[in-house]
Design a protein around this ligand. Structure first.
Ligand code: KG4
Ligand code: ZN
Length: 358
């Protein structure tokens, strides 16, 4: 692409947020967010204590078009001013992905502009470059409702996975515990708030895989032991509820900390000739203050700087999708109109897509 700057319309619809954003991306890998709109479907899903895929898809259909108008208006742009359209094409709930991707295809076809299908995880992974003005290489902890991964971000488009979860994601550990304790939805912020009032040493929950040398996580046993403990102390009063939440969150934090430290040690050892300045956290769970505080201490211990995007860019948004779309478009990459939505799509597979596109 010859242009020095591109204005990208981004669409995110992989889960329970319908989001539209316009980001101006320049060839020196800097971005300016011109508008960023997130419509949360929380109210529609909360009676069920979790995301109902069918409801999510229908809601995306209803809200996407007005949100696109709103994003253009906020950016003071007309649709004709857009240079490319990017949509999350995976991983995520397939119905929602199809809604966003098909809308993007329609816009690309109607305006004869490029379409870029973006990997949602790459959106989270590259957000800190947009919001915190850093550049790779960096070590990334991607912690969301569907994923928990430690990744080496070597450069834009080059990722290697150091560890992942073998069962539940960290966000699921928060959400399932909150549902069981009946403290509100979405579970992460509800549990974090309650934990602030509790004693985090009161109950001793396990730290799964703590003796393993790998950087993989496991959270499902932790949830089971919470249920067991809670049943033992029934009836639960406000104080014990807060203590359970605080002790449970502490166990999650410990697991994240232990595996992050292993990853840092391994990567620094293997890359002694490369300066890796940053330990970065992104994804919804990275908005948790106790987790941020604990990772700041960890990064400093290893003479690294801890970076996490502002909270509204940790959770799902479309600025991250427009941003990745722009980075790719300026590198000459675009997709054909027949690209599929993909429920599963790992970050490491992106390399293959790059080769195909070159
Ligand atoms: O990145 P995200 O918005 O969506 C996915 O891609 O999954 O992450 C959502 C997840 C949910 O599991 C939510 O409970 C969790 O992030 N979360 C939190 C907090 N805020 C959101 N978990 C812990 N503490 C929080 N403050
Ligand atoms: Zn996400």
């Amino acid at each position: 692409m010859k242009k020095e700057n591109v204005k990208i319309l981004g669409i995110e619809s992989s889960c329970d947020e319908t989001a539209v954003s316009i980001v101006e991306v320049s060839k020196n890998d800097k971005g300016k967010i011109l508008s960023n709109i997130v419509f949360s479907q929380i109210d529609e899903h909360s009676p069920f204590g979790g995301v109902v895929p069918e409801i999510a898809s229908r809601s995306h259909v209803e809200s996407l078009s007005p949100l696109i108008d709103q994003a253009l208006e906020e950016a003071c742009l007309k649709i004709e001013d857009i240079d490319g359209v990017a949509a999350t094409s995976g991983p995520g709930l397939i119905g929602g992905l199809i809604v966003g991707l098909t809308t993007a295809k329609g816009i690309a076809l109607g305006l004869n502009i490029p379409l870029i299908g973006v990997n949602h995880l790459e959106g989270h992974a590259l957000t800190p470059i947009l919001t915190n003005d850093i550049s790779p290489p960096y070590i990334l902890l991607l912690v969301s409702g569907g994923h928990t991964q430690l990744i080496m971000v070597k450069s834009i488009g080059q990722y290697s996975q150091i560890g992942t979860t073998i069962d539940d994601a960290a966000g699921e550990a928060f959400d399932k515990a909150a549902k069981f304790l009946d403290i509100g939805y979405p579970g992460g912020p509800a549990l974090e708030n309650l934990a602030k009032k509790g004693n985090n040493k009161k109950y001793n929950f396990p730290r799964p895989l703590q003796n393993s040398n790998e950087c993989n996580f496991s959270f499902s046993g932790l949830k089971t032991s919470l249920i067991r403990e809670a049943k033992k102390i029934e009836p639960i009063n406000d104080e014990t509820l807060a203590d359970l939440a605080a002790s449970y969150q502490e166990a999650i934090i410990d697991c994240i900390k232990m595996k992050s430290e292993k990853a840092i040690r391994n990567i620094l050892k293997e890359n002694q000739n490369t300066e890796i300045q940053y330990f970065v956290a992104s994804g919804g769970v990275a908005s948790n203050k106790a987790i941020r505080d604990s990772l700041t201490v960890l990064a400093n211990k290893h003479k690294m700087k801890f970076i996490a995007p502002p909270i509204k860019f940790c959770t799902d948004n479309a600025a991250m999708i427009a941003w990745v779309g722009g980075l790719r478009l300026l590198r000459g990459q675009k997709d054909k109109l027949d690209i599929p939505a993909r429920a599963r799509w790992s970050l490491e597979e992106i390399k293959i897509r790059e080769v195909v596109n070159e």
